[in-house]
Design a protein around this ligand. Structure first.
Ligand code: LLP
Length: 471
């Protein structure tokens, strides 16, 4: 069974594939569905795609391929939409989950749009600080934070450190004491809910590495230890139930359980839970058939759910917080590849599959190989009226699992030198990129009002050789 971001149990449900149905007409192959592609992405009069007013052919010529081309205005608009919708639902701070994709530019943009940042390592913390984001707008996660990472967070005045183990309690208290400060902490609670798209499962236990279990009493015990330590301030509880979630049902079960713990803490320990951070996981459309709840509807539904749970428990509504990553950056970028080879492979019963090899692959997008993720791909450098053929877009790496898009209908006249664009690659693609086969990792370039700027420059082979001390 394949690994999946929401856990192995849901991997079986991934992979029903609407794009295997032959498109009804040629226009469908050239179509740029607004929910899947960046807001400014369009096909111009001569058939080529542009993002932020920049023609992909020009961007590819200037920066090379593979290239992540990012719509700055779309990213900023999404950040604002999350800030406004969740503020209206009772969350004064929304933290952008940096793991989805972080550079100093991205950190600066989301901070300018009023978001905080959730960092999960010393490296992510360093980028956020370099961008000038104030420490009190940062939150630090990690199930195995090193002492150096905790010290760096305390020194930076990180507003919230999320306790993920009993070891964390001791280490964070020690760091804060040495720094002569009182550090605010949240306790990450595993609530026994695992959610993905429209499905969720709820169990009593969670067999995974994150957080402290509610069912065993570990979470409650962590809170007791925290309130007994003068260098720590217990700020509240945290729960994160999964990723690529399309509706609020899983949040409902999680909220009910966290609120039950808050009530128990009040009744048994006299401890108030002032803040409830319900994590991230809001889903996006990778395919036209994907139908995640709209940002404002999701925020309102979760706000209502928590409000109702608190009212039932006779508690005041705690301050809420959220940590969306994918939903802010994911839809705002495309990957532009150049086609290198086109191969027609005969399958059983005379069927033919066209293998289209591009100049990147699992080193810039591991999600297809790792999670069976599905993507939308289109011919980007021109439009075509050729009959569509069933293609598999593959990379240039030395293994057969190196697939970018498993099944896609693309024009039958696709040829070497054409540019392809894969939609919704802003989250967890460049962030999870590797140098497999010694491929330099691609550049990320932003586009806005017809102008481009480098967000992350392309790696060179010289960069990679510089790590090798030589013989
Ligand atoms: N908060 C916590 C504690 C998390 O663990 C995560 C993601 C987030 C927030 C942000 O979740 P988002 O809103 O981006 O779904 N590499 C996988 C996704 C792993 C997500 C890990 N945690 C993928 O490519 O689908």
């Amino acid at each position: 069974m394949r690994a999946h971001p929401a856990g192995p149990l849901h991997a079986d449900g991934v992979g029903s594939h609407p794009s295997l149905d032959r498109p009804v007409d040629v226009d469908a192959v050239n179509r740029i569905a607004p929910d899947v592609w960046p807001a400014s992405c369009e096909r111009g009069a001569d058939g080529s795609l542009s993002v932020g007013g920049v023609d992909v052919r020009d961007a590819a010529a200037e920066y090379g391929t593979p290239l992540f081309l990012l719509d700055e205005a779309d990213l900023r608009a999404r950040a604002r939409r999350f800030r406004d919708a969740y503020a209206a639902a009772g969350a004064p701070v929304v933290y952008y989950a940096a793991k989805a994709f972080l550079t100093t530019t991205i950190a600066r943009w989301v901070a300018e749009e009023g978001l905080g940042i959730d960092v999960a390592s010393g490296g992510e913390l360093a980028v956020a600080l370099r961008a000038g984001v104030p420490g009190d707008r940062l939150l630090m996660h990690g199930n195995n934070k090193s002492m150096a990472e905790i010290d760096a967070a305390v020194d930076a005045g990180v507003g919230r450190i999320v306790v993920d183990s009993f070891d964390d309690v001791v280490r964070i208290a020690d760091a804060a004491q040495r720094a002569g400060i009182v550090q605010s902490v949240l306790v990450r609670v595993t609530v026994g809910v695992e959610a993905h798209t429209h499905e969720f499962i709820a169990t009593a236990h969670e067999d995974q590495k994150f957080g402290l279990s509610m069912a065993s009493g570990a979470a409650q015990e962590a809170v007791r230890r925290i309130v007994a330590l003068p260098s720590l301030r217990f700020a509240g509880l945290h729960s994160h139930i999964g990723s690529q979630i399309f509706d609020a049902a899983g949040f409902q079960v999680a909220a009910a359980r966290v609120v039950a713990l808050a009530r128990r803490l009040r009744e048994e320990d006299g401890v108030e839970v002032a803040e409830l951070n319900l994590g991230g996981g809001m889903g996006i459309a990778y395919l036209e058939s994907d139908d995640p709840l709209d940002v404002a509807d999701m925020a309102a539904q979760i706000g209502d759910i928590v409000g109702k749970e608190c009212a039932d428990a006779g508690m005041e509504l705690p301050r809420l917080a959220f940590e969306p990553g994918r939903a802010i950056v994911g839809p705002t970028a495309i990957t532009v590849y150049e086609v290198g080879t086109v191969k027609h492979v005969e399958l059983d019963r005379g069927a033919v599959r066209t293998y289209v090899s591009v100049d990147g692959g699992m080193s810039d997008n591991i999600r297809t190989a790792l999670y069976d993720a599905e993507y939308t791909v289109a011919l980007a450098s021109r439009a075509s009226t050729a009959e569509p053929v069933l293609c598999r877009v593959v990379g240039k790496h030395c293994e057969s699992g190196d697939v970018v898009v498993r099944d896609a209908w693309l024009p039958g006249d696709l040829a070497p030198g054409d540019l392809l664009a894969v939609a919704a690659t802003g989250a967890y693609c460049r962030a999870m990129a590797s140098n497999y086969n010694y491929l330099p990792r691609p550049a990320v370039v932003s586009a806005r009002d017809g102008a481009t700027a480098t967000v992350l420059r392309r790696e060179t082979i010289a960069d990679l050789l510089a790590l090798d001390p030589g013989a």
